[in-house]
Design a binder for this molecule. Sequence first.
Ligand SMILES: [Zn+2]
Ligand SMILES: [Zn+2]
Length: 100
Amino acid sequence: MKPARIEIFPSGELGIVWEDGHESFYPGKDLRCQCRCALCVDEATGRKILDDARVPGDVRPARADPVGNYGINIAFSDGHSTGIYANRWLREHCPCGGPH
Ligand SMILES: [Zn+2]
Ligand SMILES: [Zn+2]
């Protein structure tokens, strides 16, 4: 499943409309804290390095760019821009609570 449209809302949420019409809205801080890049998660051990408490509460996506068919590279307002969020991961972690 791929995003058909990606949008950043003034509320700080990232919105995705998927190819099947499903819509997902991700709070900026949740996304930032779940970043899986090498600066946030130890690649060897899989252990989280990022301290959520040091992430600003009002952090929001500043830019969101598709990376091929794989996922979305999100740059955040706190300057962190190395995170790539897999489409599959995003869909599985859609916060709507409905069926996916
Ligand atoms: Zn990261
Ligand atoms: Zn959903």
